[in-house]
Design a protein around this ligand. Structure first.
Ligand code: BGC
Length: 760
């Protein structure tokens, strides 16, 4: 329906009908307006599959949803560093939505992993905003290519579960713009999601659901978002303020209470009816976009999607360690699978994203189906969160008999979930104990991890290999066996740092906050941005991921050595497979500002390319950088800004393995407004060409009037003030110092006149 027709439709609605359209009919439906033939549409949780519930819906997932395909969660898929693959997953989910008559799937969830403790990290993408943005954009493009929408969530700064419906995320704007917003911004600008879901929390004291700056000024006016904003489920506090702010749809509903409040507010002149109209138009626009393109005849081939889920999982798992190339395993060898997760894998997280999988394939099942010689000992009981002496003894015996022992370990469901945060980064003690015992019995021990966020690994030096399988979806077992036995070469890379211990994490002192407030005091130094700045040892760095082959990086080329910030820079490099088997490399590009007035990370990810290479093959990878690749958010001009100067361009296979480095000079084309005053210091004035031109001759003259610098200082003078100290005193001297330290009082007026000249 054209926007003119939608406006005409809204014009026919009574105020009560309009208000009613602005909240859900139930947990999952928008309201119909039967008198005007406006249909209801259904939304459903996801995002890594469908969680379509029936009439007995309850949103917390107690009631069953339809049988569906559970793809790997975002903790895993992001580690694939493969947007094309994630687009394919989006297309598959889009097809399922069409089949199931769903207008919108609730996801992707792109909140930044500020701390490893956040209970929902498993469904979030990364600690890095650029990576999260690229992957989310691809997912959205995939889903929406099928004419169904997404709801990118949770906008914004919903980085903890503790007090999630009321706590205030208190953060400076630069940090929001550089860290917490870009994934949403990129997705809006490049994929135009049909809907955005605002978060539960407050932002600097104002609920996201009534935050006009967030929902209207930033999201719509700056980024150009055209769809509708819905609330997270129950995120509305003051509905009238929400309409004014730009929150179109309240979900699920308030039994009509808030609809009445909207009507009353309009009648009392406290809310403009045109704001209500606008919300209706935005909702109807999407309702009709779906209805007019609905294709319920779209087939949903769940078996084919099971295979796709396996393929995606295989591309996403990260080989963290592989001492002596123990992996891949040899198919002829006797292998012991140990740990209950081998038989009952943990492949998804708990809460609203929980999917009722139509089937699951465990690693044990996949290995047996492939005819591999695999023995099995449970080792521990996940539900009991315990390992008995007998279970450990049985596991040790199995490990001793086998050529290689593979322990399947990780976090049980109860350790990480929507609704609450983890208390520590530890794995269950029984599993740590089991791993130690097995590794002592057989040094050829491999650990396969099923977890949604980093864990501490006290046993890391005792095991030969670690494969991070994350929460790999219902077909996780197929992928695990393919990787373990080398049918597929691992190519996932970490989308988050694994710190050595929780205390190392930059948000450690502030995460969770005090009472109703959580201050984001670490600022932009989130994840590797902090560990690199402090040059700290980590367990596994951001971007890390091994392969069964090896890659060499060479021939870094920049399209120019100097550029204006309005221009683009094309960077190319060569990647060669120097090993003996096909593999995929993830070439990562990081930008660093060599010298900056702002506090900046050492390097930030600004490009990546995944590339498949046959043994001996070399391919060129290219990256295009633009202003945003170099810019910071400058609060005083309220815009992106590049400081003129040199920037390093580093390329390699992880944030800590960057063999290629080159430099580019970027010139700013933004002239900053000068705001010098009597408190401006000499150092700043002399660093600014215009200020220098005005002040330097004056300062010289003044200096001479005072008799200039003595040619030779006496020993006593040197002792009292070294040259360094003298220079520092001058550098940091404010202009007013000229008056305080002895110039004639008329000098003050001269300085004021010069300040005016420079500032104008
Ligand atoms: C979650 C959302 C989810 C919604 C609907 C909320 O509790 O935060 O992510 O989409 O419920 O189930």
């Amino acid at each position: 329906m054209k926007s003119k027709e939608i406006k005409a439709l809204v014009a026919q609605m009574t105020l009560e009908e309009k208000a009613s359209l602005l909240s859900g009919a139930d947990f999952w439906h928008t309201k119909p307006v039967e008198r005007l033939g406006i249909p209801a549409t259904m939304v459903s949780d996801g995002p890594h599959g469908l969680r379509k519930q029936d009439e007995k819906a309850d949103h917390l997932g107690v009631n069953d949803s339809i049988k569906a395909v559970c793809f790997p969660a975002a903790c895993a898929t992001t580690a694939s560093f493969d947007p094309e693959l994630i687009r394919t997953m989006g297309e598959a989910i889009g097809d399922s939505c069409q089949h199931e008559k769903l207008s919108v799937v609730l996801g992707p969830a792109v909140n930044i992993k500020r701390s490893p403790l956040c209970g929902r990290n498993f469904e979030y993408c990364s600690e890095d905003p650029y990576l999260a943005g690229r992957m989310a954009t691809a997912y959205i493009q995939g889903v929406q290519s099928r004419n169904v929408g997404v709801s990118i969530k949770h906008f914004a700064l919903n980085n903890q579960e503790h007090r999630r419906m009321s706590s205030s995320s208190d953060c400076d704007e630069r940090t929001m713009r550089e860290i917490y917003f870009p994934a949403f911004e990129m997705a809006v600008k490049e994929a135009q999601p049909w809907t955005v879901m605002c978060s539960y929390n407050r932002i600097n004291g104002v609920f996201a659901s009534e935050n006009r700056w967030l929902l209207t000024d930033v999201l719509r006016k700056e980024w150009g978002f055209k769809g509708y904003v819905m609330s997270d489920w129950g995120a509305v506090s003051d509905r009238v303020a929400g309409v004014h702010a730009g929150l179109d749809l309240e979900m699920p509903a308030s039994g009509g209470l808030n609809d009445e409040k909207i009507v009353e507010a309009v009648k009392a002149g406290k809310l403009k009816e045109k704001d209500v109209d606008l919300c209706c138009e935005r909702i109807l626009n999407i309702v009709y976009r779906y209805v007019e393109n609905a294709k319920p005849e779209t087939p949903w081939d769940q078996e084919a999607q099971h295979e796709l889920a396996a393929a995606i999982a295989a591309e996403s798992m990260v080989l963290l360690k592989n001492k002596g190339n123990l992996l891949p395993l040899k198919k002829k060898d006797e292998i012991a699978f140990i740990g209950e997760f081998a038989e009952k894998p943990r492949f998804q997280g708990g809460g609203s994203s929980h999917i009722n999988s139509f089937k699951t394939t465990s690693a044990l099942e996949a290995a047996r189906a492939a005819g591999l010689k695999v023995s099995y000992a449970p080792g521990y009981s996940v539900l009991a969160d315990a390992a008995t002496e007998e279970q450990i003894a049985e596991a040790v015996a199995a490990a001793k008999q086998a050529k290689v022992a593979v322990v399947f370990a990780g976090l049980p469901d109860s350790y990480e979930s929507e609704g609450y945060d983890r208390k520590n980064m530890g794995m269950p003690a029984c599993q740590n104990k089991l791993i130690e015992a097995v590794a002592a019995a057989n040094p050829k021990t491999v650990v396969v991890l099923h977890n949604g966020a980093p864990v501490e690994m006290p046993w890391i030096d005792k095991v030969a290999a670690v494969l991070e399988a994350y929460l790999g979806g219902q077909a996780v077992g197929i992928a695990t066996v393919k990787l373990l036995f080398g049918d597929v070469n691992p190519s996932g890379h970490l989308a988050e740092t694994f710190p050595k211990r929780l205390q190392d994490n930059p948000s450690y002192l502030f995460f969770g906050g005090e009472g109703r407030r959580t201050e984001y005091r670490e600022g932009v130094f989130v994840g590797y941005r902090y560990y690199d700045k402090k040059d700290m040892d980590v367990l596994f760095p951001f971007g890390h991921g091994l392969s069964y082959t090896t890659f060499a990086y060479s021939d870094l080329q920049l399209s120019r050595a100097e550029m204006n910030d309005t221009e683009e820079l094309v960077v190319s490099a060569k990647v060669t497979n120097t090993g003996k088997r096909f593999g995929k490399a993830v070439a990562q590009l990081y930008v660093g500002d060599v010298e900056s007035d702002a506090l900046r990370p050492v390097r930030e990810l600004k490009g990546f390319v995944k590339v498949g290479l046959e043994p001996g093959e070399t391919k060129e990878v290219t990256f295009t950088l633009d202003k945003r690749s170099f810019a910071i958010w400058k609060e005083d001009i309220h815009d992106w800004y590049v400081e003129t100067g040199d920037f390093t361009i580093q390329v390699g296979s992880s944030s800590r393995d960057l063999p290629l480095c080159a430099c580019v000079r970027v010139n700013s084309t933004t002239e900053l407004k000068r705001n010098y005053d009597m408190n401006s210091i000499f150092m700043d004035l002399m660093a600014d060409a215009k200020a220098k031109a005005v002040f330097e001759p004056f300062l010289k003259a003044l200096n001479e009037a005072f008799g200039g610098q003595p040619e030779e200082k006496t020993e006593a003078e040197k002792e009292a003030m070294s040259d360094d100290m003298g220079a520092a005193m001058m550098n940091y001297m404010p202009l007013r110092g000229l008056v305080s330290f002895g110039a004639k009082r008329e000098v003050a007026a001269q300085i004021e006149a010069m300040l005016k000249m420079v500032n104008d």
